[in-house]
Design a protein around this ligand. Structure first.
Ligand code: FES
Length: 120
């Protein structure tokens, strides 16, 4: 967890470290503000492989990621609409999620996600 004290105001921005990995194993650790989605953190930081063509409305699956097994049980369960969209993603697996539906919080500090090979 990281805190940023924004200049000229007294608002603390609470962030969690999210680790974005590509299929080749290159990883980038990014501080993402709590309340944003894992997809929004990726877009703001130009993480390759997460395009988010629909802007987070569960209509494209271009934000598809594989969640590290150690984190699977810590995420809220995917809703039916998310599961349906994951079925249309490239190479869905049991640990697939749409990163636009995973909201960053203190509890997800250290979350690791990997982008599928076809999304590079
Ligand atoms: S951004 Fe389109 S489904 Fe997540």
């Amino acid at each position: 967890m990281s805190y940023i004290l924004a200049p000229f105001c007294l608002i603390n921005i609470i962030m969690a470290k999210i680790i974005y990995k590509d299929f080749e194993g290159t990883s980038r650790t990014i501080d993402v503000e709590n309340g944003l989605s894992v997809m929004e953190g990726a877009i703001q930081n130009e993480i390759p492989g997460i395009d988010a063509d629909c802007g987070g409305s569960m209509a494209c699956a271009t934000c598809h990621v594989y969640v590290d097994d150690a984190w699977l049980g810590k995420l809220p369960k995917a809703e039916e609409a998310e599961i349906d969209m994951i079925d249309m993603a490239f190479e869905p697996k049991k640990n697939s999620r749409l990163s636009c539906q995973v909201i960053v919080s203190d509890e997800l500090d250290g979350l690791k996600v990997t982008t599928p090979e076809k999304q590079t």
